[in-house]
Design a protein around this ligand. Structure first.
Ligand SMILES: Cc1ncc(COP(=O)(O)O)c(C=O)c1O
Length: 426
């Protein structure tokens, strides 16, 4: 079926079945990259990819990040991989399956629905639900062997009434004032360990400024750690067998690596990304981005001087301009707030500015002066193309948010594909 280039023509690829196409795409992507790296062919990815907008997931980079993070954990501390919010936009089933495959068996989600979906997909090990789940769900918690966060003592008592032992981790509020029982309520906290309808397999707290290197914030983080420790000591004095404990998330591990607990709950770092662009001298880990966000050029057109582009006529050309219309928009999770400023995409290894307002399903890019842009060309919105790279942190900053929000909002309309290319995002 192939031509001499080793790549199917558009017509040939159309005769494949959907499943066949998927397999073919994976295989071809690998071959194409090999050939490209040998300089045999130029950019031809549009010949075999039909999707309008998609994320590419590099599982090798995920594995690399897991190793880097595990090396940083103190002895006896287990990595709890946070895969809530569709694994921060990466695809929770795929990420969790791969984590299981590389022997990561502690996961955290935000909701019971996320937990059930993972179990139904065959995910094994402990799945901790970090958010509140009403006691009316007790049957499902038990049935799917999910571990529920008790968000305060009353919640624990409600779960206790189900009659069959539900696994919980008791959350302690040490100063964030979000979920958790106040660390000073030692008697009430101690009473949870007497509940016959509960298996208390963990107790944890969350630090609210562990990412900050400001003096006052560091002092606050130490005070949270101290409150947690004081409670633990009080419980031990009462003869309570204290379960597995955890306090750190990604920045907690980065900035307070000496804490010795049973788990560290790692989200954003697992995906090879920092929440914000790291400051100089910050103790960084050698992480690799797992996700790339891509789309396509679907239309090219030339406009004259003084013509406007898109809604609100927010952009007016100062000279004759070549425009590429790209098939991704804010309904895919690419923030509208990136419109009309200094935001760029990558096409054929070059940066090209977004012009006009980002629409729900499309955006427009100025490709004047870019060599030979064609319909079907791949557009990289997050990730690497040649020597250029756009990182999630850079986009998040421009959108006035953190990469956690940017990634976790990448929408269900995007297709997700595993990238067989070892080097993506390095
Ligand atoms: C309770 C809790 N633990 C852990 C995490 C993971 O945080 P990060 O993504 O910064 O590692 C979160 C994230 O929101 C969280 O709410």
């Amino acid at each position: 079926m192939r031509e001499d280039s080793g790549v199917l023509t558009k017509e040939q690829s159309h005769v494949l079945t959907k499943e066949g196409t998927r397999l073919f795409i994976k295989e071809q992507a690998g071959e194409l990259i090999k050939e490209r790296s040998r300089g045999l062919i130029k950019e031809q990815s549009h010949m075999f990819m039909k999707d309008r907008a998609w994320v590419e997931i590099n599982l090798q980079n995920l594995e690399h990040n897991v190793k880097v993070l595990q090396e940083r954990l103190p002895q006896g501390c287990e990595l709890m991989a946070v895969v809530k919010a569709n694994a921060y936009g990466h695809g929770d089933v795929e990420i969790a399956s791969y984590l299981n495959k590389i022997k990561v068996h502690s996961l955290a989600v935000a909701t019971i629905e996320e937990g059930i979906a993972l179990r139904q997909a065959g995910i094994r090990g402990e799945i901790l639900i970090l958010g509140y789940t009403a006691a009316e769900w007790a049957k499902e918690l038990y049935q799917y062997q999910l571990t529920q966060t008790a968000v305060d003592v009353q919640h624990a008592q409600e779960l206790n009434r189900y009659g069959k032992a539900i696994k919980i981790h008791l959350k302690i509020d040490t100063g964030m004032n979000r979920l958790g029982e106040d660390y000073r309520h030692v008697n009430a906290i101690a009473s949870v360990f007497q509940c016959k309808g509960l298996k208390v397999t963990g107790m944890f707290s969350h630090m609210s400024v562990s990412d900050s290197r400001e003096e006052g914030d560091i002092a606050f983080s130490y005070s949270q750690q101290e409150h947690f420790l004081t409670l633990i000591e009080s419980l031990k004095e009462r003869g309570i067998a204290v379960p597995k404990l955890h306090l750190q998330s990604s920045y907690g591990l980065m900035n307070y690596p000496d804490l010795r607990y049973g788990y560290a709950r790692i989200g954003i770092a697992l995906y090879g990304v920092y929440s914000t662009i790291p400051g100089k001298g910050q103790g960084l880990f050698n992480l690799r981005p797992v996700l790339a966000l891509k789309s396509r050029v679907v239309l090219l057109k030339s406009i004259g001087e003084g013509e406007s582009v898109g809604y609100g006529r927010a952009y007016q050309s100062e000279k004759e301009t070549k425009l590429a219309v790209v098939s991704i928009g804010y309904a895919d999770g690419y923030p509208r707030s990136l419109s009309g400023g200094n935001c760029e995409v990558l096409i054929r290894g070059y940066r090209a500015p977004i012009v006009g307002r980002i629409c729900m399903d499309q955006l427009m890019v100025d490709v004047t002066g870019l060599p030979q842009v064609e319909r079907g060309d791949t557009v990289t919105l997050i990730g690497r193309d040649g020597k250029e790279e756009i990182r999630a942190e850079e986009l998040a900053q421009k959108a006035g948010t953190i990469s956690n929000e940017l990634l976790s909002r990448l929408g269900g309309r995007l297709s997700r594909r595993s990238c067989p290319i070892g080097k993506m995002g390095n």
